[in-house]
Design a protein around this ligand. Sequence first.
Ligand SMILES: [Zn+2]
Length: 608
Amino acid sequence: MMLRLSGLLAIILLTCMNMSSAMAAPNVSYELAMPQPHTHYFEVTIFVKGWDKPTADIKMASWTPGSYLIREYAKNVEGCGARSAQGSILANEKVSKNTWRIDTKGIKEFSFNYKVYAFELTVRNAFLDATHAYLNPAAVFMRVAGTEAQKSSLMIKPDAAFKKISTPLRSIGSNPFELLVPDWDTFVDSPIEIGNHDTFNFIAAGVPHEVAIFGGGNYEVERLKRDMTKVVETATAVVGEHPCDHYTFIIHNIPNGGGGLEHKYSASLQANPFGYQDERSYSGFLALVAHEYFHLWNVKRIRPVALGPFDYDEENYTTSLWVVEGITSYYDDYILMRAGLMPQDRYLDVVASVFGSIENTPGAKVQSLAESSFDAWIKYYRPNENSNNSTVGYYTKGACVGLLLDLKIRVATGGKKNLDDVLRGLYDTYYKKAQRGYTEAEFEQMASKVAGIKLDDFFDMNIRSTAKLDLKAALQSVGLEVKDQNANKKDAWLGAALKTQNGQLVVSSIVRDSPAWHDGLNINDEVVALNGYRLTSDWAEILKLFKPQDKVSVLVARGGQMINLEITLARNPNVAYKISKAKDVSPQVASMGEAWLAVAAKGLLEKK
Ligand SMILES: [Zn+2]
């Protein structure tokens, strides 16, 4: 039975209930030390107060959002110990690969400490040496199970030589190394760079941005400020609202570095230290900036239901990685063009090359985009020598489908709507109003709603089947045409790539349905000779002497035996697309293409 309470009494009671629940919530705080950075060990202590259960489970994440692979961060943990506030040792038992259970014996205040080895300088892991520290928090910090929603704090004791810290986490007081952790999800989502890196700031789209660059290089700060501002403002114009009040870029300039990882208020990027002056390489860097930045909307806020709240212990499956990664990949180059940072003809070359790469991937006839998304954990992130034959990337094919969807909506609405409107609709409906992720069906319904036509067939064909993407028809609808520059070529083709390994030429990949595939060449075969000619480098040059249908004899060493293979060459089926303006196009169709190619968006630039 419910009692009716007077308003005042109800307020008093509710206030008391809130106070008691606040008092009952355990208080968690973290301390991070690095007393010997050259040994690559972080030392973590977790302090817990107000605990009221007989045991406490302390858990290390198995993966980090944005990188869909079980990485088992617990493998780098050692020396775990638990103590009461008075210093007595509490028993702790490892009960799963990533869970330590402390027998708290009714003690309310205790701590848990461990060391974690950090020597992987990638955006998805952690690194410590005498020059700097980089932390992806999932790789370093454990959570106290059951306290994930609560506020906590992090006190960092940096090495004496490390003077700076850059992170999207806000400091509590005047000490920049004492940080407020709003909740566990935000903690995991907030990388930290500590050391003596370069920093600069700029304001774009009304939001203060900090850029932290480790590793030096030939970048120019003023140019980066100018071009990153263009990227930020053009990206913001897509959804039309910037949800952040601050944003941090952490950039590691390291040789052979690459890739990035998106976060809600930040991104970590790797770049070539001396790639900032070469136009192609710089354009690649800006595309990476645009890509990770665009994720602050597409995946961090506009997200599939499976991607938040996260299960940090195991795989989080979704068929929509093509939306979060593919559509983001579509927008990264597209934003550069819209911002005036990439000429239109170069943009069209990028589009042609990405569509061509899908056409030249045998796996595109085997795996659909939905399957590619779902199996990211075991296939995309764990490729082998046969991946090209059995899988298709949700980045590349997803980018292509993003483009096809954009053009489909533009044509269906006579140029009134486009893919931006779909993202805007998802942002308003699911992120802002419903405050949840969208289902696969809801994404497709939003696209159909914006297009004003049913797009079921479009999604069935492009997402759930392995049918060929119809670039030709899509481009035709906006006054462009695509040609295969290889259409009239008759190059002889074997369909196997070679690499040098221990001074030997060995087969590194074989294309499905190629002559090499049909006539028995194997991965790891050492190729010794072709038609009696000793091979010392790749066979591209020697193959130019032959025509399709010619038979060649290939001598290989396999497992200690010499084997002679007769292989019948074929015509090289690989396409090389080139996009250009079509002739005799109606003004209406031509203007649709111009709108897509952002001729009208030039105004954005002239403001600067
Ligand atoms: Zn991405």
